[in-house]
Design a protein around this ligand. Structure first.
Ligand SMILES: Nc1ncnc2c1ncn2[C@@H]1O[C@H](COP(=O)(O)OP(=O)(O)O)[C@@H](O)[C@H]1O
Ligand SMILES: [Mg+2]
Length: 305
């Protein structure tokens, strides 16, 4: 039996999400016939080295966020020569940094919301761009730290005083309209999902609370916009040199009528794989079961060097 080490947990802000992803993936991998060893990652590398000896068939990396999704774990696995799922070290690092990723997307003519990275002090002192705008950490996920600053709110309206994401903050033009996501598997877009939240924006609670968000697959948007979203997702995946499965998050501004304008927010190199998650759902829509999806991810695993 092929032995797969499934990395989960870790110590990033998205630890809990990773644990839920891991439970679902472990079950699906076992259903697909793999031997699965689950390992909750800590900073004690001796335990990690032990679990990777003898070398497994592959590592399934179900970590989310910093250290697990940003190239650091990938670099370590490259050094150890253990094949792992998802993108390599460089693509993972590029995708995690929204500022750098956006520069590369701009070079590739992929439309993103206009924005800048500013010092937190500047933001606390007042508006740094015309409202409405969005404030977010340069390197986070799961909507953690994302604030939408609307017209008519008091400035500065944010709980930036206890902002835990560093001194550099990303600000972006707020794109009104609809929330869109596209999973890419290798070089194939799986479909387009529209996310409709029943209150507020697509924040952490909306992402992980059952019933808070409706997933519409296929997204009920103009066919040209649908194609456009898939094209942007595939080009963004290629631009950063991603591998395996990724998920592109987009906004679709259709206020002036359809087809409207599509903007890429980011690429997730280790998208959520919880039972509520978008990638397994889009895979199912494309005729790929959850066990087939995770098997493909294991068989697609590789490493450098
Ligand atoms: N420029 C923007 N315009 C409108 N909504 C945005 C914008 N940026 C982020 N958001 C909202 O915040 C959510 C999270 O932002 P995103 O850039 O995808 O970061 P994360 O890595 O936290 O998922 C998005 O899904 C969207 O609902
Ligand atoms: Mg996102």
């Amino acid at each position: 039996m092929k032995r797969v080490v499934l990395l989960k947990g870790g110590w990033s802000a998205e630890r809990e999400v990773s644990l839920v992803s891991a439970t679902a993936c472990a079950r699906a991998l076992r259903d697909a016939g793999y031997e699965v060893v689950e390992f909750d990652v800590t900073r004690d590398l001796r335990d990690l080295l032990d679990i990777l000896d003898p070398r497994p068939y592959a590592v399934f990396n179900a970590l989310h966020g910093r250290f697990g999704e940003d190239g650091r774990m990938q670099g370590l696995l490259d050094i150890l020569g253990v094949p792992y799922s998802h993108s390599g070290a460089l693509a993972s690092a590029l995708a995690m940094n929204k500022e750098i990723a956006k520069r590369l997307f701009a070079d590739a003519d992929i439309p993103c919301p206009v924005g800048a990275v500013v010092r937190r002090d500047a933001l606390l002192a007042g508006d740094v761009m015309e409202r409405p705008y969005v404030v977010k950490p340069v390197e986070e996920g799961s909507s953690l730290g994302v604030h939408i600053v609307l017209e008519g709110q008091n400035a500065p309206p944010l709980d930036l005083a206890d902002w835990a994401f560093g001194d550099e903050v990303m600000v972006e033009r707020y794109i009104p309209g609809r929330e869109i996501t596209v999973a890419v598997m290798g070089d194939r877009p799986l479909g387009v999902t529209e996310l409709r939240t029943n209150e507020g924006f697509y924040d952490y609670a909306a992402k992980y609370t059952e019933g808070r968000t409706n997933h519409l697959v296929p997204a009920p948007i103009h066919p040209d916009a649908y194609e456009r979203a898939m094209d942007i997702a595939v080009r963004a995946h290629r631009t950063l040199g991603c591998r395996g499965v990724t998920r592109a998050d987009l906004r679709y501004d259709d206020r002036a009528g359809e087809p409207g304008e599509m903007f890429l927010l980011e690429i997730n190199t280790q998208p959520g794989m919880t039972p509520l998650s978008l990638v397994p759902e889009q895979a199912a829509y494309a005729g790929i079961s959850f066990p087939e999806l995770v098997s493909w991810m294991v068989e697609n695993a590789s490493c450098e060097g």
